[in-house]
Design a protein around this ligand. Sequence first.
Ligand code: G3P
Ligand code: CA
Length: 246
Amino acid sequence: MQQPAIVAHRGASTDRPEHTIGAYELALEEGADGLECDIRLSKDGELVCVHDRTLARTSSGRGTVSALTLDELKKFDYGSWHRHGQPAGLLVLDELLELVKNTDVELFVETKHPVRYRNEVERKLAEALKRYGLDSQIVMMSFSPTAVKAFREHAPDIRTVLLLDRLGRYRGGALPSFADYTGPGVHVLRNDPGYVDRARRAGHETYVWTVDGAEDVALCRDLGVRYLATNAPANTRRLLTANLAT
Ligand code: G3P
Ligand code: CA
């Protein structure tokens, strides 16, 4: 069975502040096969890489991302809050696309919802991706089926993941036609490992988040998941290799 591809979740975010260019550079140095990021729209319609709705956890700033302009967002430090952090600037999606352009890694871009600009973020993402022409390296993801559907309408050739916090109506394995891959949390697979096979039989390979521990890595490897999102790419690679040796 093929080893899962390793996707650096928010970059190498155990060792560097998430969503900083340094976190993604380290992920590449560590040999990640893919990178993951979350995107939001600033007040003036720019795509920025911030996970939370607000700035408090991951920057020196306060307030809601969507209520601030790009210039306002750029004033804050996005690195010093982390235990291995040093001052770092806001990461805009264009910077990450520039980084990916010179590599052969895949970039998994998650749009966050609910947001005040609804599916404007998917339209802007499709527009940005067209400028870069990186279609085969990009995968769009969201927990919101409406968002994935909207993106598919704007960018029919780009692969998508429907992220799932629980299986609910998708328990049988089938997904709506706008979703290529299924994206359960690893907690879903711990409770229902047979899901990966049901999804595969329905034509969907699996992207799993967030997989850092040895038991979870082994579970994903044994189930044949295609993509494994981890905060610690080098360590997860070591775990996978060790698992393969046993
Ligand atoms: O890769 C998917 C995963 O990132 C979803 O959860 O909250 O970390 O964005 P979250
Ligand atoms: Ca995410």
